[in-house]
Design a protein around this ligand. Sequence first.
Ligand SMILES: Nc1ncnc2c1ncn2[C@@H]1O[C@H](COP(=O)(O)OP(=O)(O)OP(=O)(O)O)[C@@H](O)[C@H]1O
Ligand SMILES: [Mg+2]
Ligand SMILES: [Zn+2]
Length: 388
Amino acid sequence: MSTPSLEQVNAALATVNDPEIKRPITDLGMVDSVEIDDAGVVHLTVLLTVAGCPLKDTINRDVTAAVTKVAGVTGVDLELGVMSAEQRAGLQEVLRDGHAQREIPFAQPGSLTKVYAIASGKGGVGKSSVTVNLALAMAKQGFKVGVVDADIYGHSVPAMLGVADSRPTQVEDLIMPVPTPSGVSVISIGMLKPRRDQVVAWRGPMLDRALVQMLADVYWGDLDILLLDLPPGTGDVAISLGQHLPGAEVVVVTTPQEAAAEVAERAGTMASMMHQRVAGVVENMSYLACPHCVEVGDPEHRIEIFGSGGGDRVAATLSERFGYSVPVLGRVPLDTSLREGGDAGKPIVDSDPTAPAATVLVEIAGQLSGRGRGLAGMQLGLTPTSKF
Ligand SMILES: Nc1ncnc2c1ncn2[C@@H]1O[C@H](COP(=O)(O)OP(=O)(O)OP(=O)(O)O)[C@@H](O)[C@H]1O
Ligand SMILES: [Mg+2]
Ligand SMILES: [Zn+2]
């Protein structure tokens, strides 16, 4: 058998994406040298962006697999190196694509990324659970999805996505979002703290800087959809977000309870004051399917643990206040497996996709993602099965 050509090996390497940056390692200057000896063994050096890159095993495995597939290759001798400061600066240049620093890509006129901020009045209504499940459902629909955990009180999103202990990789002053097993990328405000156990009172200008950092200094790549998990209420984050991303749409999460609905209306009104459109209302913890009746094959008996009407009430009030229709996007029932999925880092749309709560969340994700990119506010009535 003849020895493989350098072109064949390079073509194989071009199929390997950096797991964080999600672009071919050949485009990123990560392939330092390639040599093929007479016996068909490929000797190559691949440079990691940073020393101790948490994903070096993935790169190792993917490169070895891709090169091994080339006809005539008898072995792969892969050495992993680390980029020099100069090489990292070059990479940063490539990633910034000639743009000035500190520019929020999603706020640029030509941006095709849909941005949804998930808001609520009260805490604990399931905002983070809704965010991660929508993100996963959208990713399954074929969209490239990023999640910003901007909840200054909680930062529960990384754990719910199964990457509780991950820290982002930094290339010069560009931050790589943390990839998750589901393909969704995530950055949490908690990851920006110098030390994990540090308590930071995020407020005012510092909070604004952190939000801008998560939007401008994080290399998101070409996202179809960005979801932001906001802190509950109508505080500084909502104001900052409104200033930096007026084009974001807001999804209001509430429970059926009267008291929750009232504060949820305020969160929606806040968004409107910041000139953001409210895309709709998600009523969470809507009801519990009566376990006894489910047992005997009748799932229709619903126990309204938190009362009823909250979602409808918020939608009606906001519709009237804004003069456009704010729909109830869906009603998510109480479900133990939803909580368990969150605790285990495996959201219910993944861990128990046929559960009623999961199917409602998938359906809501379709309503939000199914709108054409860049056609803000237009209801196309289409649910693409893959990326546009
Ligand atoms: N439909 C549901 N069925 C069962 N448990 C749920 C449901 N929705 C949320 N939970 C659980 O309720 C708790 C609070 O949910 P979550 O953390 O998503 O709310 P949140 O609004 O983000 O809260 P916070 O204000 O603390 O950020 C979690 O333990 C979650 O698993
Ligand atoms: Mg939360
Ligand atoms: Zn019953």
